[in-house]
Ligand binder design. Structure first.
Ligand code: BEZ
Ligand code: FE
Length: 287
């Protein structure tokens, strides 16, 4: 390895990793080296630009801890998180589209009965979200576990805001025997991803903004199915077509301001009025 040159460095580095025992690791590392080297050659990356990029990563590392991961945010802002999810769902024919999990999921949120009202003392309009969870062969997924989380009317998730109760606007529910779920909640609002570190540098470098359209997160788990991570977006949100992290999918964008029909009013008579209606079914892929 003494005669490393512009022309032979890529194959030399690939060869250095060719002893990787795991075949998938070898495949990934080989292609990663080739594509990274191609990128550096193609843009003719200068030493100063390389130092600037390392600076961004260093600042991301400095702010990353148990509660905040700036590398995931960089991946989100570059569309990589969305692409990994799209690749994962690419062959799930007939299933609903999934999307990003985001950083604010907390496992182990206490279970509430199907039909629960999560609104509590949060301000804002109440919306009732309902639908059916089924498999791609149309079998209803009775007992499916639905974990829900969203931001409060101040734009913050409870994990970001010590002023909120620990489980504010979060719940774990179970679909009924026909796979039907329903819950009421305070309408979420558009939200800004953190812009005070490396992610913000990236946003500003691209002259972008850091808004996400209003959304409710769901994670659905059912036996025999792939874990299904989703978000229900407000179709009429001003940021619906410019989500900072590329998470919106057309079948997950639904109006948050529909008046309930007579049938819906009688089905959900136990929920305090007034409320608007949001209807979304979820079709899960087999595992
Ligand atoms: C969110 O959905 O809350 C989120 C997603 C990606 C980055 C930051 C926040
Ligand atoms: Fe979110």
């Amino acid at each position: 390895m003494r005669n490393i040159s512009y022309d032979n460095i890529t194959e030399t580095v690939v060869r250095a990793y060719s002893g990787a025992e795991d075949a998938r690791t070898k495949e990934i590392v080989t292609l990663l080296i080739q594509r990274l080297h191609d990128f550096v050659r193609e843009v003719e990356l200068t030493p100063r630009e390389w130092e600037a990029a390392i600076g961004v990563l260093t600042r991301a590392a400095a702010i990353t801890d148990e509660e905040r991961n700036e590398f995931i945010l960089l991946s989100d802002l570059l569309g990589v998180s969305a692409l990994v999810d799209l690749v994962d769902g690419h062959h799930d024919e007939g299933a609903s589209m999934t999307t990003l999990m985001g950083p604010f999921y907390v496992p182990g949120t206490p279970e509430l009965p199907n039909g629960a009202d999560l609104t509590g003392d949060n301000d804002g309009e109440r919306i009732v979200v309902y639908g059916q969870i089924r498999k791609t062969d149309d079998t209803p997924l009775g007992g499916a576990k639905i974990e829900v989380w969203q931001n409060a009317p101040n734009g913050l998730y409870t994990v970001q805001d010590p002023g909120q109760a620990e489980h504010n606007l979060r719940a774990t529910l179970r679909a009924d025997e026909n796979g039907n779920y329903v819950f009421a909640t305070a309408k979420p609002i558009p939200y800004q991803v953190p812009e005070d570190s490396a992610g913000g540098e990236l946003i500003r470098a691209g002259s972008r903004h850091c808004w996400r359209p209003a959304h409710i997160h769901l994670m659905i788990t059912a036996q025999g199915c792939k874990r299904h991570i989703s978000q229900i977006f407000d179709l009429n949100d001003p940021y619906i077509d410019e989500d900072a992290v590329f998470g919106v999918r057309s079948d997950l964008a639904v109006p948050y301001d529909q008046q309930p029909s007579e049938d819906e009013l009688s089905r959900f008579h136990g929920i305090q009025q007034p409320f608007n209606i949001t209807h979304v079914d979820f079709v899960l892929a087999g595992d």
